[in-house]
Design a protein around this ligand. Structure first.
Ligand SMILES: *Cc1c(COP(=O)(O)O)cnc(C)c1O
Length: 468
């Protein structure tokens, strides 16, 4: 039996001295590079294939290993899913003003908890509390890690070992295991469900109130709508009922917008101001949904209740860091000038892009895409509908345009999935969605057209009849 030819590679030293080897050392350091070269050599020894590889080629392979390993785990992607506030893709993009504020706060000590004039200890939430009061009319506010934390803090402070009364129609689950009943349990509150899934009346709440009651809670149903034979109680009526029993009424708005979106042709969504005017003692909402800021949870409302929340030791565990406070402050400042908000706030800019602009973009990209993919695929420009996402305005769709890519002939199973994977494998991964046997790329969130077009050359899609 013939033994394979003995593996005689160039020496590690020779590989490191090659041009590619030197480049790898400059980028990744000598010890990392040496390790990667040894790894490549070991792989070659085992696979017994590339016995004739040159020092240069081996260094190139080592460099590939290093680049792969050095790539950040969290990195930018291109969101062509059609969902603007996509929780899995990081929700809101920050305004340039917020980005700058974060960079500044990162590079220097700040007066995070320090009053400069008085020269004494201050409070971190003070940097945004005034803006929230100004923009929403709330008496006071407290800031935490996200809206799930906000709800947790409210329930733990006001309804620990007591009952929180909530309608059965509002016991929501939001993606990523936020289930209202579970949060209540963890907060130490006892869930007191009232009414039915489709109908809850004022008397249902009234009859549930007793010595054990801690608060009345209304929850924005966010990602679903109950339609048909339905009844829910107006927040103003709930507020009145709560007041007669001297109980707090809490309105969990979820997304919580600060401005009437109808101004930009979107559906009107109850604003934080509306909820407070409607009699809510506290409202809770997210920083990175419709607000368009960093991940944060905001509780706004009655001063005495906010003071109790601020004193809860959980507040310390759930507090915001200086970077997100800086981003939130800068984002809220933009709301002082609503006329320019759609230019400056990326989420609002994306919500308000016109279908005609997106269609023109699709028509520009269609021939480039068709050329890049070759004869195995058909590429069509299509009208489609984007969603706001993150449970905000679940029924609102935004007329949009995009590309639908399908195999040209009879395709083997999995061809479209493989194409979607090829789009995810380019340097800045492109995330689309598969619908009716086609890969759909909704262009609403594509702002860097040049990057997208340049990456088409890096696509390795194979043919529609089965992919490599
Ligand atoms: C999204 C949402 C939450 C959770 O907010 P996060 O900021 O994601 O923690 C809570 N309640 C409602 C009604 C929501 O829509």
């Amino acid at each position: 039996m013939n033994r394979p030819e003995r593996f005689r590679p160039p020496s590690v030293d020779e590989i490191l001295r090659s041009g590619e080897g030197a480049l790898a050392i400059t980028r990744h350091g000598r010890s990392e590079t040496t390790q990667a070269v040894r790894q490549v050599l070991e792989r070659m020894r085992q696979s017994e294939t590339s016995h004739a590889a040159s020092a240069h080629a081996i260094a190139r392979m080592a460099l590939d290993v290093l680049e792969e390993r050095g790539r950040p785990s969290q990195r930018p992607v291109i969101n062509l899913t059609g969902t603007v506030l996509h929780t899995n893709l990081g929700r809101a993009l920050l305004a340039e003003e917020a980005v700058q504020a974060v960079v500044t706060a990162m590079r220097a000590p700040t007066n995070l908890e320090y009053e400069i004039e008085a020269g004494q200890r201050g409070e971190r939430d003070a940097h945004v509390r005034g803006l929230i009061r100004e923009l929403t009319g709330a008496e006071d506010a407290v800031l935490v890690n996200n809206n799930a934390s906000a709800v947790l803090l409210v329930l733990n402070t006001l309804a620990r070992d007591r009952e929180a009364i909530v309608s059965r129609g509002e016991l929501i689950e939001i993606g990523g295991a936020f289930r209202m009943p579970d949060i209540m349990g963890r907060a130490g509150a006892i869930l007191r469900e009232v009414g039915t899934t489709n109908r809850t009346h004022l008397k249902d709440y009234a009859e549930a109130i007793g010595p054990e009651t801690g608060l009345l809670l209304k929850v924005h149903t966010s990602n679903y709508v109950v339609q048909g034979f339905t009844a829910e109680v107006e927040p103003a009526e709930l507020a009145k009922l709560a007041r007669t029993h001297d109980l707090p009424f809490v309105d969990d708005l979820g997304s919580g917008t600060l401005i009437d979106l109808a101004r930009w042709g979107l559906r009107h969504e109850k604003t934080v101001q509306d909820a407070l005017k409607g009699g809510a003692d506290l409202v809770t909402f997210s920083g990175d949904k419709l607000l368009g800021g960093p991940q944060a949870g905001i509780v706004a409302g009655r001063k005495d209740l906010i003071a109790r929340l601020a004193k809860n030791p959980l507040k310390r565990a759930l507090r915001l860091d200086k970077l997100r406070l800086a981003a939130l402050e800068a984002t809220l400042r933009l709301y002082r000038d609503p006329d320019r908000l759609a230019e400056r706030l990326p989420t609002l800019r994306l919500f308000t892009r016109k279908a005609a602009e997106l269609r023109a973009l699709a028509e520009r990209l269609q021939p480039q895409m068709a050329a890049a993919l070759g004869a195995g695929w058909t590429v069509e420009t299509i009208d489609c509908a984007s969603q706001i996402g993150s449970g905000a305005l679940p029924l609102e769709t935004l007329p949009s345009a995009g590309l639908a890519i399908a195999p040209a002939g009879k395709a083997s199973g999995g061809a479209v999935e493989a194409l979607a994977a090829a789009f995810r494998a380019v340097p800045v991964p492109v995330i689309g969605r598969i619908a009716q046997g086609a890969l759909v790329l909704d262009l609403r969130c594509l702002e860097d057209e040049a990057l997208f077009a340049a990456q088409l050359a890096r696509l390795k899609p194979g043919g529609g009849d089965g992919l490599a």
